[in-house]
Design a protein around this ligand. Structure first.
Ligand SMILES: [Zn+2]
Length: 320
């Protein structure tokens, strides 16, 4: 198979890319995400785009595969579980898509796991055999790639580092229904929540206090400028991230840690802080692990979805 579509289903838009095995991304575009109680209309929207592109290129359905990202965990059997953001229940998304597209090579995997594969194949992961990626955005996504394949696990939970418990004494609920998840502190919204708490609990002067509403970007910008309170907050958040990453490394020990998502635009400053905290929490001989910033930004999903199709067609792994 020489061509495929990489499709990244997000909460507000669906990103689509046409890829060739030889030349990578050929073109990309976006359509709005339709939010309905079942995925059929959304899949029909995607199919319309696929059909139009195939007609334009003079390609047939037998020539292509489709990789889809899913906004929730996908089990070994292909069942997408509880997609809170879009409003579907549990659904066999790959099977539904195959029916609507009339295409037999459709592969589905969780969006953060797919982004990790995208970085592994086309981005920051060049030259390594394994990596753990964290996506710091509205939530904290995670994905592990080992020897070129996404680690999914039995129930699709493998790599879900954002919901590892790092504070058993937390009283607020996470979106997942649990308490004390990494996501509650290290997502963009989590960081703001932590910042507000710090500001309330101390009189330390800070340039953050003059803002009506703090964003994660403000927090990291002020820390870079040397604001002491912002530094306290970012150090605290980095400590939790470093601990969670170290804990994950005791299980999978990947060659590289990649940090992506909107918050990662804080750059090397954030990367260095997290790496330092990681080093405090891991065996001495594992301290110099490679840490890198994600390179593909918003395109990691479509790249990863394409990589997934090419990888599965090559290995003959047709499970979707
Ligand atoms: Zn959670």
């Amino acid at each position: 198979m020489e061509y495929c579509f990489g499709v990244d289903i997000g909460g507000t838009s669906i990103k689509m890319g046409l890829f060739s095995r030889k030349d990578g991304l050929l073109e990309k575009w976006e359509i709005p995400t339709r939010k309905e109680s079942d995925p059929t209309p959304l899949l029909q929207d995607i199919y319309q785009e696929i059909e139009k592109t195939l007609n334009e290129k003079g390609m047939g359905k037998e020539d292509i595969g489709v990789g889809l990202t899913a906004p929730g965990p996908v089990t070994e059997d292909g069942l997408l579980r509880g997609t809170v953001n879009i409003g579907w229940g549990d659904v066999f998304l790959g099977k539904e898509a195959e029916k609507i597209f009339g295409i037999s090579s459709v592969f589905v995997e969780n969006d953060a796991r797919v982004a990790a594969l995208g970085e592994f194949t086309f981005g920051a992961g060049e030259g390594v055999n394994s990596l753990l990626m964290l996506t710091l955005g509205t939530g904290v996504g995670g994905g592990v790639v080992l020897n070129g394949q996404i680690l999914t696990g039995k129930t699709g939970t493998a790599g879900e580092i954002g919901h590892t418990t790092i504070n058993p004494f937390e009283t607020m609920f996470c979106n997942c229904g649990k308490k004390g998840c990494l996501e509650q502190y290290a997502s963009a919204t989590g960081m703001v929540r932590v910042a507000e708490k710090f500001m309330k609990n101390t009189d330390k002067p800070s340039t953050l206090r003059s803002l009506d509403m703090i964003t994660a970007k403000d927090l990291w910008d002020r820390a870079k400028e040397g604001d002491e309170l912002a530094l306290d907050i970012t150090k605290y958040v980095s400590r939790l991230l470093g601990m969670a990453i170290a804990n994950a490394c005791y299980i999978v020990d990947p060659e590289m840690i990649v940090i992506g998502g909107g918050v990662s635009r804080a750059g090397e400053f954030l990367l260095n802080m997290v790496q330092k905290e990681y080093a405090q929490n891991i065996f001495a001989h594992c301290r110099d692990k490679k840490f890198a910033l994600a390179k593909l930004r918003n395109d990691a999903g479509i790249y990863g979805a394409a990589a997934m199709v090419f990888e599965k067609k090559q290995t003959g792994n047709n499970h979707n």
